[in-house]
Write a protein that binds this ligand. Structure first.
Ligand code: NDP
Ligand code: OXD
Length: 320
């Protein structure tokens, strides 16, 4: 960080790219806490791109690194930061994401719905209803199923804890070992196969990095027991679409609940739309709540200006 620029009393230019409705909430919150900030909405209010030190956005403008040569920090308005390719950002640019507790609460709600639909065979009964078929099967209890969570970070850890309180067996997988009450921890590539073999319902809550891209593929998904299901709320690029479809079609996997896709919006002709075992939501599992996030963003910008720890700061080498 450039101490001289940040510590001086002069104004600091922040460029915001995104919906104006959100800017109307966030701008006053940021300006109230950080008097030296000069907020400019992209593109019409940006007077001199060379002044820009702070970028607040979900997606950056094209060629933003050359456009804003004095950029020092990017605040993502979401949780994931893969859209900024963190490992390729220049060393001097700090990257910060939202760590919004409301997002975590929303993710738990979404996943509770999805896991319960799968657990109680509700997707299968909906299909049987279409065919006016009365075909009961004996329901299992939560303690007879294992929910597996890959990615045990800000979201995944809370999700794993939540399903343990609902009575499920819960196993989690991450890069480093974890100690979480009532959650069996697996970590690293060496333990991935054992982990996958233990799971009835797999939840992907990994960040997208070069190490996690395509990791839900024919090999790894085949390690799941027959009849298992998957829920992807991480990123579409974690999943090899054709491999999932093949494993659903050969009945190795029973259902897939997908909230994220390689290309969003999902193309009209994509086979996921019409596959009877694929259940789609349009990337809505957990959205930043704009009202509460206004304060979070203002606190973070203030912390950055004061050179104190910023919540949600990304380790660019790891990519998350
Ligand atoms: P965090 O960065 O807090 O946690 C990431 C977790 O993944 C950590 O436990 C980390 O392990 C693990 N991990 C990372 N790389 C690897 C690897 N190579 N092998 C094994 N484990 C790995 O992420 P969050 O929980 O905040 O969010 C996860 C993702 O959820 C986001 O990046 C985003 O893509 C997605 N998301 C989706 C939303 C939606 O609406 N669908 C909403 C919000 C987020 P370790 O702890 O050992 O470092
Ligand atoms: C996020 C998301 O990362 O919505 O915030 O996926």
């Amino acid at each position: 960080m450039d101490d001289v620029a940040v510590m001086s009393d002069s104004t600091i230019t922040l460029v915001y790219r995104g919906p104006r409705k959100r800017a109307a909430l966030w701008r006053p919150a940021v300006e109230a806490k950080c008097s030296q900030i000069r907020w400019q909405n992209w593109p019409d209010e940006v007077s001199n791109p060379a002044d820009v030190q702070i970028l607040v956005t979900w997606l950056p403008p094209e060629d933003y690194l050359s456009l804003f040569p004095n950029l020092k920090v990017i605040f993502s308005v979401g949780m994931g930061v893969d859209q900024f390719s963190p490992q390729q950002l220049p060393e001097h640019i700090q990257l910060v994401r939202m760590q919004d507790e409301n997002v975590r609460a929303s993710m738990i709600e979404y996943l509770t719905g999805a896991v319960m639909m799968l657990h109680r065979d509700s997707y299968s009964y909906a299909q049987l209803q279409q065919q006016t078929l009365w075909q009961p099967s004996r329901p299992k209890l939560a303690h007879q199923r294992t929910v597996g969570v890959i990615g045990l970070g800000f979201l995944g850890k809370a999700v794993a804890e939540h399903f343990a309180t609902l009575g499920f067996k819960v196993n989690g997988w991450s890069r480093s070992p974890k100690t979480i009450d009532n959650v069996a921890s697996y970590h690293g590539q060496n333990q991935l196969r054992d982990f996958m073999q233990s799971v009835d319902c797999l939840i992907c809550l990994l960040p997208l990095t070069p190490a996690t891209e395509n990791m839900l593929n024919r090999d790894t998904l085949s390690w799941l027991p027959p009849g298992a299901s998957i829920i992807n709320v991480g990123r579409g690029q974690h999943l090899v679409d054709e491999d999932l479809l093949a494993l659903l079609d050969n009945e190795h996997l029973s259902h897939a609940v997908l909230d994220v896709f390689r290309e969003e919006p999902l193309k009209q002709e994509h086979p996921f739309w019409t596959h009877p075992k694929v259940h789609i939501t349009p990337h809505v599992a957990a959205l930043v709540v704009e009202e509460s996030a206004a304060e979070l963003m203002a606190d973070n910008i203030q912390a950055w200006l004061q050179q104190t720890p910023v919540s949600g700061s990304i380790d660019k080498t790891r990519g998350y």
